[in-house]
Each structure stands twice: as structure tokens, then as C-alpha cells.
Design a protein around this ligand. Structure first.
Ligand code: ARG
Length: 643
């Protein structure tokens, strides 16, 4: 509660937390906001401005060296003729010399960089974290429809991610969508939104006609039970090989300007189309087989996603979009006059409707079949009715950038700009060489197996350590998955990166194994203290002064660690805005590096310090461990206790 925080600060001698009603502060979630409130109160006096304006003008700088908070003085909306640098010097001169929370400020041009006093940091930040534990960094207020009236409920976000295609390869694009999508789902949930996780399977279309034909030739019930995903992939690959010559003949004819109908009414073409037509007509036998492939695939997917701690609220798919919604979408398009005949098919000419660069897109094929685009557009209408969402996020590769612009534009042309404005495409770049470097793997399970085995190999190289790990398989699994995920989330989403097994499984550098190692090391500090986590935390809350000797301006390591820990909720808030997992990951690596510079200076074992001091130091590391754990879990990693 706010009273709790107030009590802590009054013990420190800071006076009650200032109340600035118009400031958008989150004191219960972000400790830095509490500092900001105090700072705004001081600035209001020193600069002679409104406290709420001062509050909003203060920012969190990009690097700790530039302060814990910074005020770019022009943000105070200075009257004409007042020079910002002079005003900055004036505010600095009026700033108190001996404030409890802030060091005396020195102007840097038009900026005022503020630094927290080290001494009060542990007494405030550590209890703040200990009271929140695994919710530190969360901010449930953010997701409220109306923060002044919690009864209005929470905002809803629908997240469409992973979304592989049945009987086809789970490629790197699906892997990235899975990793990034799960992270975004965690983030919104922690920020108080109601989250609906949708897996929109590629489970409809003529390729299922072909798969069914292949099943008749190559299908094996035993294989399907044992390895459903592999078997369907295999059956589809084989029938596709048989089909290829026919397809090539058709393409050659089309290129030569000849009629292709002749070719398309014979052989596998005819068999494929006949089966798919039966599916579209809901023939029980055809639907029965298709449903069986779908169910058995989903069952296996659920197991594999569980290895990543991922579950979905709904397995929808292209097949589940209702024909009534499709007709509804088409009716509106026709009414608006943007649904036009095009070479025997139906299309939208985007360039003719003020959307240059989006070209022409087929909405319904020549044979009357619906398209990916039409199904997605109709799907939006359906999901709007079902979930009444405030936002819907598609996590799909940047190869579909233009495609999603078409989806959104189509809704706009339908007169539903209000709805289009709620949709976001979160895109990402390519992974180079994944399947070749992993030995041509085609399934999510294989990717995870291969990473686990590669990690296991690396672990075995250190015989002594390896012999002490209780459950090496489980550790290799968690660390191997961390290796894949951290590699994926290290850069900006839009960047391509090469799949590099040696680099991602290394313990040196900013890798998943390094992060896991860092967590395991912090955990071992606690273990060696012979005290439970609960006792350690309570002990610190009762004896905060035991850490005083380690926190002062001459020895910046501990204070810098605490300053970084205080920022974590601001980092999650920023991450919610930019949807970049690297925002969290970069922060965690900064924390890890800061920690490793602390170990030699603030030692827990093997010193002649008193038990009190030793326990206080262990508590400092426990606080850091909690922040590291929270960040790792947010990213979807499972922190290991030993390795
Ligand atoms: N199944 C598609 C693919 O593999 C991705 C689907 C993305 N979601 C959507 N609503 N279109 O490319």
C-alpha cells in the first residue's frame, strides 16, 4: 500500500509522499515515480512552476551515468526571453544542499541530471521489491478501462501468434512468432489487461484436398498415432512430389497462354479439387478425416508448446471462420463499391481507393474459393463480436507487412476505421540458416530437442560441474530453450539474424546460458546462507542498517545495482509501448553485468564480516535475483536454480 511506502520513507526522514493529483504517477508499481513526486515538489519551489508540470517534464535518462532522473529545462514551457541554460543554473542554485533523497544537482547545459542519494536506497528499494516479489515490475493499473473507476473493468487484447500450418513445416517465422507472441501476452497480462491467446492455424484450403489424396496412398494409422506431425508432414511431402509434374505442366501452359482447364480436370488435380469441394460442402466423411488430422495435430502441439510454458486460449484457424461472417464482409464490400470482377475472380483494387502501393488483391478465386485475405477480414468481424477487444495484435513475419496493410485497409474501406485502428501488426525479420544448421529440422519439437542436445554437450565439457547437477536433462532443456529464445530476442525485432548454435549455447557473452548461470549463482548465495528466503527477507526488513557499510558514494557498486533495480518497472512500462523484447533483455544484461562487478566488492562468504552484515548482503543479492527472475519469466524463460 501507499501507507507502507510512506512509512518507509518517513523512517528514512523524507517526509510524507507528496500528493500531486494531476500527475500520472504509479507509486504502487514504480518506485522511481515516488522519487519523481518528491522531486516535482522540490522543483515546483525551486523553479516556481506547477508541480504537475514539473512531474511530467522529468524523464528517465537512457544511461545511468546521465542520472537517475533528468529534467530538460525547456520542457517547463519557459516564458519568452528566458534562456533555458540560465534557468537551469538558477534552479540548480535553488536546489537544497542536503536533501534526503537527492544529491545536490549540477546543471549540464539545459539539462538537470538528478542522482539518488545512495544511503536511503536499500532501505526503500529492497523492501519495496520484497513486498511485491514476483509482481515487481507489474502494473495492473495500466490495463484498467478507467483508472478512476476500477469497476469499469479491464481492457482486452487478443493476440494472434504462432499460427503454424497443419501438415507443413514449422519454420523459423513460426518460431519467432511463438517466442515474441508469448512474451507480448505475458507483458499485457502483467500490465493488467485481459489477454486472449489465439492460435490461428493454417488448416483450410486445397492443400488439405491434396493431403487427403496423399493419405489414401501413403497414410499409416500407427505412424499417425506415434508421430502425428512428422507423419502428416511426410505424407504431404510425398504427395506433393507426385503432384509436382502436373503443377509444372499447368504453369507452363499458363505461361504459354494456353487453356489450363484441361490439365486441371485430370489426375491429382481433379482428385485434390474433388476432395476439397467435399470439405467445403461439409461432406461428413471428408470433414471427418480433416477433423482427425486437425485434432491430432493440436494435441501434439499442446504438448510441445508446454515445453515453452505456452498455452493458448483458443485454437482457431482459417477453417473456423464462419461462412456467415464471410458473406457479411463481402456484402459490405459490395455496398461500398470496392468489390470488383477481375479476370473471372473478385478483387479489391487498392490503388484505385487511395491506397497506393497496395496493388490489387484477390478476395475470392475464380472457382469461388475464399482467400487468406477474405478469411482474415471476416475473422476480424467475428473476433470483434466474440471478444469485444480494445486491441488485437498479429505477431507475424515482416514478409506479411503488405498483407496486413491490406487487411487493415480493407476494413477502413468497409467504413470500419474504428476497428482497423485497434489492430496492430507486430512484425519481425528473418532467421538465416536455421533449418540447414539444425540438420533440416521441420518441427518445433525438433528445434527444441536439437538445442537441448547442443546445450547438453556444452555442459558435459565441464566434468566437475556436470557431475554436481542433479537433473542434467531438465537443466539442459531449460538452458537450451533459453539459448534459442535469448538469441531471438537480443536484437530489434525487425532485424534478421543468423542462427548460430555455437554462439547461442556459449556461457560467455550476452547469451541465454549466461543469464541462466547468473540466476543460478544468485540462488547459490541464498542456499549457502543457510536461511530460507522468507527469513532472509524479513531479517533485512527488521535490520536495514546492516547494509549501510556497503552503500556509499566511495563504493558505487551496491548503490548502482540498487539504482538499476529501481528502474525495472519503468523498463516494463517502456516495453509495453514498443513491443520490443530486447528492451527487457538489454536491461537484464545490464543487471547481470552490474552484479558481476559487485561479487568481489560485496562478498557474502569467506569474509570476517558479522552475521548481520552477511545476511544483509545476501538480501541485496536476493533482491537482484527476484528482479532477474521476474524479467526472465516475462520473456518466457524458466530460471534454473542450479546448473
Ligand atoms: N498461418 C500463417 C502462416 O504460416 C500465419 C497466420 C497469421 N495470422 C493471421 N491471422 N493471418 O504464414
Amino acid at each position: 500500500t501507499l501507507e507502507g511506502a510512506s512509512a518507509l520513507l518517513e523512517q528514512i526522514g523524507a517526509g510524507p509522499i507528496p500528493s500531486i493529483p494531476k500527475a500520472a504517477a504509479h507509486p504502487l508499481a514504480r518506485p522511481v515515480d515516488i522519487y519523481r513526486l518528491y522531486l516535482a515538489q522540490i522543483l515546483a519551489k525551486a523553479a516556481g512552476c506547477d508541480a504537475a508540470l514539473a512531474y511530467d517534464s522529468v524523464q528517465v535518462p537512457g544511461t545511468a551515468a546521465n542520472g537517475d532522473l533528468v529534467l530538460p529545462v525547456p520542457r517547463l514551457r519557459l516564458p519568452k526571453g528566458v534562456k533555458p541554460a540560465e534557468k537551469a543554473a538558477e534552479i540548480a542554485a535553488a536546489f537544497p544542499d542536503a536533501d534526503v533523497l537527492f544529491k545536490k544537482v549540477v546543471a549540464a547545459g539545459i539539462h538537470l541530471p538528478f542522482f539518488f542519494n545512495p544511503r536511503p536506497l536499500p532501505r526503500f528499494i529492497l523492501p519495496y521489491i520484497f513486498q511485491r516479489k514476483n509482481t515487481y515490475g507489474d502494473d495492473l493499473e495500466v490495463g484498467l478501462r478507467d483508472p478512476t473507476n476500477p469497476d469499469m473493468g479491464r481492457k482486452t487484447v487478443v493476440i494472434d501468434f504462432s499460427s503454424p500450418n497443419i501438415a507443413k513445416e514449422f519454420h523459423a517465422g513460426h518460431l519467432r512468432s511463438t517466442i515474441i507472441g508469448a512474451y507480448i501476452a505475458n507483458l499485457y497480462k502483467n500490465m493488467g489487461w485481459d489477454v486472449v491467446k489465439l492460435n490461428y492455424l493454417g488448416d483450410w484450403g486445397k492443400q488439405f484436398g491434396l493431403l487427403a489424396v496423399g493419405w489414401k496412398r501413403y497414410g499409416d494409422e500407427e505412424e499417425l498415432k506415434r508421430e502425428p506431425l512428422k507423419h502428416l508432414l511426410d505424407v504431404y511431402a510425398r504427395i506433393n512430389r507426385d503432384f509436382k509434374p502436373e503443377e509444372e505442366a499447368r504453369d507452363a501452359a499458363a505461361k504459354a497462354g494456353k487453356e489450363t482447364a484441361e490439365i486441371e480436370t485430370k489426375g491429382l488435380f481433379a482428385e485434390r479439387n474433388a476432395f476439397f469441394r467435399k470439405m467445403e460442402e461439409r461432406d461428413p466423411e471428408a470433414i471427418g478425416l480433416w477433423q482427425r488430422f486437425r485434432d491430432i495435430s493440436i494435441e501434439r502441439y499442446i504438448q510441445t508448446y508446454a515445453r515453452l510454458n505456452i498455452s493458448f486460449d483458443e485454437y482457431s484457424g482459417e477453417s473456423t471462420v464462419q461462412s456467415s461472417s464471410i458473406e457479411e464482409a463481402e456484402k459490405i464490400l459490395k455496398e461500398k463499391g470496392i468489390y470488383e470482377a477481375h479476370n473471372g475472380a473478385w478483387a479489391i483494387h487498392f490503388d484505385q481507393h487511395g491506397a497506393k502501393g497496395l496493388g490489387t488483391a484477390i478476395i475470392r478465386g475464380r472457382d469461388g474459393s475464399t482467400t487468406y485475405l477474405l478469411r482474415d477480414v471476416a475473422g476480424v468481424l467475428e473476433r470483434e463480436r466474440k471478444y469485444n477487444f480494445d486491441k488485437m495484435i498479429y505477431v507475424v513475419s515482416s514478409e506479411q507487412d503488405q498483407y496486413f496493410r491490406r487487411v487493415f485497409k480493407t476494413l477502413e474501406l468497409m467504413g470500419r476505421k474504428d476497428l482497423a485502428d485497434k489492430l496492430i501488426h507486430i512484425n519481425f525479420g528473418k532467421v538465416e540458416g536455421m533449418s540447414s544448421r539444425l540438420g533440416n529440422v521441420k518441427l518445433l519439437g525438433d528445434i527444441l530437442d536439437n538445442s537441448r542436445e547442443a546445450m547438453h554437450e556444452v555442459m558435459r565439457r565441464n566434468e566437475v560441474k556436470y557431475s554436481q547437477v542433479e537433473n542434467p536433462d531438465a537443466v539442459a532443456e531449460a538452458v537450451g530453450i533459453a539459448a534459442v529464445m535469448v538469441q531471438d530476442m537480443s536484437g530489434k525485432r525487425i532485424n534478421n539474424y543468423p542462427f548460430d548454435m555455437d554462439r547461442m549455447t556459449a556461457f560467455e557473452g550476452d547469451t541465454g546460458p549466461y543469464l541462466q548461470y547468473c540466476h543460478a549463482r544468485l540462488n547459490s548465495i541464498l542456499r549457502k546462507s543457510d536461511i530460507t528466503r522468507e527469513e532472509l527477507v524479513n531479517h533485512f526488513i527488521d535490520h536495514p542498517s546492516s547494509l549501510d557499510g556497503d552503500i556509499d558514494s566511495d563504493k558505487p557498486h551496491g548503490a548502482d545495482l540498487l539504482r538499476l533495480m529501481a528502474q525495472y518497472p519503468d523498463v516494463t512500462a517502456m516495453a509495453l509501448k514498443n513491443h520490443e523484447p530486447s528492451t527487457i533483455l538489454t536491461y537484464l544484461f545490464r543487471l547481470a553485468h552490474q552484479l558481476s562487478s559487485c561479487y568481489d566488492v560485496i562478498q557474502v562468504k569467506g569474509t570476517d564480516a558479522s552475521r548481520e552484515v552477511t545476511l544483509a548482503r545476501a538480501a541485496l543479492y536476493e533482491g537482484a535475483r527476484q528482479v532477474l527472475e521476474n524479467g526472465m519469466r516475462l520473456l518466457g524463460l524458466s530460471p534454473v536454480d542450479r546448473m
